[in-house]
Design a protein around this ligand. Sequence first.
Ligand SMILES: C[S@@+](CC[C@H](N)C(=O)[O-])C[C@H]1O[C@@H](n2cnc3c(N)ncnc32)[C@H](O)[C@@H]1O
Length: 251
Amino acid sequence: MTLANQPSGSPPSDPQLYARSFADVYQEWYDDLDDPAVMVQAFRRQCAEGASIAELGSGTGRLASPLHDAGFQVVALDASFQMLGFAAPGPRPIAADMTAIPLASNSVDAALIAYNTLLNLDSHEQQQRCFVEIARVIRPGGVAAVESFIAMTREATPFGISIRQHPADPDARIAIITGPDLDEPDVIVGSHVELGSPIVCRPWRLFYQSPQELDASATAAGMVLLERYSDWLGTPFDDSGHRHVSWYKRI
Ligand SMILES: C[S@@+](CC[C@H](N)C(=O)[O-])C[C@H]1O[C@@H](n2cnc3c(N)ncnc32)[C@H](O)[C@@H]1O
């Protein structure tokens, strides 16, 4: 599928890769990832009641729906019709690429890009373009929340093979295989391999950026780091931790 708003002249990228690999199992595997009520509370601390929020890469609505139910006006943008098709009614769905957001400038109070979704944009150029788009659609003074993982070291940590219990079947196993892209050192390629019969490979690809590198992209786009935590609860940030939730403010 080609999206109408997919930018031309950008490096090769596949905005459908994640959905092709995970759309059929996303809700079953990831719906209980975190308590969405905690994320909703974090937005209540940052935004006025009924504020408008654009979630980029909203998937099946794991977070967009609870935000809508809490009274926020939610736009749920995703590149995948299949992912959007699983979402409950409520948030306004938009099928689009998050590097070219079809919303007017200064039209929302806040943006959300959760659960490593920004890293699905697999080049620095595309992530930078996404930050520029976020800064464009948020009104001055509005905020953007970015949730992402932190790699311990650039080289080795995320790479290897781990065998885990299958997320949906206690009797089955899954192998998670990760390694560097041979041409692009910041790209991590991987696959969740279901070790059943048949074996199912679910490939993915992430362009890793540290919190400080994301800050530089945000600053270049016209936003400043407001607050950074280790999670949605607001646990103080620990740069030896595994995750960060960063709040940027549009200048
Ligand atoms: C890891 S899932 C996260 C879904 C949801 N935010 C959550 O936390 O449950 C990533 C989502 O980003 C979407 N996505 C990937 N690349 C995209 C792009 N370039 N533009 C818009 N959405 C994209 C995928 O289709 C997928 O639904």
